[in-house]
Ligand binder design. Structure first.
Ligand SMILES: [Fe+2]
Length: 473
């Protein structure tokens, strides 16, 4: 998975403030508002992502390695208050001491904490740099990463320590993408390494720390699986050819998880559809290979399962997001993700592209997840000198776009207007980085038209974040 660096490559790296460390932390800072935020918007957008890319004089290697920083945008009465704070994790303390450890691609500790257990055959001690996503579980805000060391925090973004499940499910990796089921609970998956490796699928009931296993599927060659599809009655595992070479973890030259990933040229991509109630596999089929980080949504349509996702031809996107490649090539090396709808039926699998442009970080309004739905909001990734925002109508297969040169939009989040009828009645919230002024802004758009309603400038730049959620009042 390592590609040679191209030190002489020339590119437009105007967006690089998005990969520059931020030291400043603010607490309940009132953002100025240009335009008008609807007074009905009440609640908190919490976002997770990297804040810092160095430990001492060691530069971290991958965007995915940056030290977790939570951003909070709290809305009430047309105003917005902003806070940002690093998680005070062990990984943060290690990095501050000049020894970044146990990251996705960077490990200067000699023996990766993530993988140390393989070498010592002792208990796992993976990183607690929980920089990927947030959820609300058992009454706590939880910062999540892809190994089972999540960190809970309070409304002031103070850490209150590790978030631990109270069950016997043994997983070495766990998704940061829990699907919040509008009918209750969260659904997720993980991976357990052992004599036989297993994908594990589970539900977390509301007000509980006890995961209930739905199914487990053994595998000889576990794939890196960032998210799964969840419909009302089924789960979909998308096993791509990007495999985790666990034996390589034993090599003294392996510096992190990143180096364990291999694209298997002769492998296909496999769908496994599982009945949520019985745990039984109802479909197990391969299709021509593709890679994906993000499923968009899934729903039942009779015997068919409709699965929407962002597909890449292969996994070159993973290398393209290393800080080294970004520094030389910018986003030019990043191939576009495509919106693909699969219909997974007992006799046939069909595949259809619903949008021609490149996209990533897709979101769907929370009450339509797992169900038939109409609109997707996502980053439009193929703009020159910008990241745009796109709204895709999956029924009409049309798109509405918002973009502005120098403005790099992060993951958008649609908040429905209370008592609104239309599926796109509401606002879209999107943090963005203006690389011209090197300041971040929160953009508020009309969810129907993508017309700009307001923007609230943040008094510093924010490195590009990953994922977040809106928690209504
Ligand atoms: Fe993700």
């Amino acid at each position: 998975m390592r590609s040679p660096a191209q030190p002489n490559a020339v590119s437009d790296n105007a967006f690089m403030p998005g990969f520059r460390s931020l030291e400043r932390e603010l607490h309940e800072y009132s953002l100025p508002v240009e335009g008008s935020i609807p007074a009905w918007l009440s609640g908190t957008l919490l976002r997770n992502g990297p804040g810092k890319f160095e430990g001492g004089d060691a530069r971290l290697r991958h965007w995915f390695d940056g030290l977790a920083m939570i951003r909070k945008y709290e809305f009430a009465d047309g105003e917005v208050q902003y806070s940002n704070r690093f998680l005070r994790s062990e990984a943060y303390a290690d990095a501050m001491a000049g020894q970044p450890t146990g990251q996705f691609a960077t490990d200067r500790s000699g023996v990766g904490k993530l993988l140390g257990w393989l070498k010592r055959l002792g208990p796992p001690e993976p990183t607690d740099n929980a920089n990927v996503h947030v959820a609300r579980l058992d009454g706590e805000y939880v910062a999540q990463t892809e190994v089972p060391r999540w960190v809970q925090f309070n409304e002031d973004l103070d850490d209150s320590g590790p978030f631990a499940f109270e069950d016997d499910l043994d997983m070495d990796m766990i998704t940061a993408h829990l699907v919040a089921d509008p009918d209750g609970g969260h659904v997720g998956h993980g991976l357990s390494f052992g004599r036989t490796h297993e994908y594990v699928f589970f539900e977390i009931p509301d007000e509980s720390r006890h995961r209930k296993e739905i199914a487990s599927i053994p595998t000889d060659s576990p794939a890196y699986i960032h998210s799964i599809g969840v419909s009302e009655s089924r789960l979909v595992l998308v096993e791509t050819p990007l495999r985790i070479n666990i034996l390589r973890a034993l090599s003294p030259f392996t510096e992190g998880f990143f180096e364990l990933l291999d694209w298997e040229d002769d492998a296909d991509t496999r769908f496994v559809v599982i009945d949520r109630e019985s745990g039984e596999t109802v479909l197990d089929q391969t299709v021509d290979p593709f890679f994906t980080f993000h499923t968009i949504n899934a729903y039942d349509d009779g015997e068919e399962t409709v699965l929407d996702l962002v597909a890449f031809d292969d996994a070159t996107i993973v290398d393209a997001l290393s800080l080294e490649t970004l520094a030389t090539d910018g986003f030019d090396a990043a191939p576009p993700g495509r919106f693909v709808r699969f219909r997974l039926g007992p006799d046939n699998i069909s595949r259809r592209r619903l949008y021609d442009g490149g996209l990533e970080l897709p979101t769907v309004r929370t009450d339509r997840q797992t169900k038939p739905y109409r609109y997707v909001y996502a980053q439009a990734t193929d703009r020159e000198g910008a990241n745009g925002l796109v709204k895709i109508d999956t029924e009409r297969e049309t798109a509405t776009e918002f973009w502005q040169r120098d403005l790099y939009v992060e993951e958008p989040w649609m908040v429905p207007r209370p008592d609104g009828d239309a599926a796109d009645d509401g606002v879209v919230l999107a943090p963005a980085l203006d690389v011209d002024t090197e300041r971040s802004v929160l953009v508020v758009l009309d969810a129907a038209t993508l017309a700009e309603l307001a923007r609230a400038p943040v008094p510093h730049h924010n490195p590009f974040g990953f994922h977040g959620r809106f928690f209504p009042e």
